[in-house]
Design a protein around this ligand. Sequence first.
Ligand code: NGS
Length: 277
Amino acid sequence: CNENVNFNYTDSFIFSSDGTMRILVPAQETLEEVAQQLSWLKLLEGGHHEPLDCQARYKIAIIVPYRDRLSNLCTFLLNMHPFLTKQQLDYSIFIVEQFDDSLFNRAMLMNVGFNEALKLREFECFFFHDVDLIPENDRNIYSCPDQPRHMSVAIDKFNYSLPYVDLFGGVIGLNRNHFQLVNGFSNQYWGWGAEDDDMAYRVKAHGLNITRYAPNVARYRMLSHVNQESNPLRFEILRNSRVRFSTDGLNSLKYRVESLKQLPLFTYILVDLSGES
Ligand code: NGS
């Protein structure tokens, strides 16, 4: 398939000719309402879509770590499905929700999403995606990256400029081999912060490069939300992260799936992380 063709059913009310997208707002913040608003896309079970008239190059999994942000989730789904469908991708969206009461472990949830997605299908590329980031330009192509790609380069919250050169948070894309090569994310970061910096270190330590699209394309809006509780230990854990790359990650991941469901707009994985520390 050619990525990013014009829709036959061009929704010019969403996409303008210069690539800028108008961000859609759910009529009501319920999943049923969003599914209704997206019924024209003819999504398949589990939030899956593939082009009808051509073969997509890769099978792509969008992995979203999640807890208690229904409002953000509704807006995310309402905007991401038309955006990804327009790019003629073969993709599925996975929402990975933390079940236990421990501090949010974003990195571990993404490791779980990777593991569980691969049990369902041979995905070749993975986009690890915060639920509060909405792309604003449809030339920001979610194709399989040759090198790890930082997608959310220019966010409105940061005046559309990169806060620091090694930032590797928000939205990133890696192919399966590279994610396995770096042993996935660390499982050690409970609470907000530094797990993405740890991943940037992993990528570099394995001789890979972080790539980016131009900031006028890789633009995102950040939705409003209550901030996660931060991790006071993060600087300490990050300081000696290197010694743990090979022992802390996909190969030490422990969790229990409480529920796995193919819902109309996404595959839902509810997971208990509390067995791991
Ligand atoms: C850094 C954090 C990163 C975080 C980035 C942007 O300070 O994990 O800010 O955060 N690193 C440490 O705390 C060591 S943001 O404002 O986008 O939430 O991703």
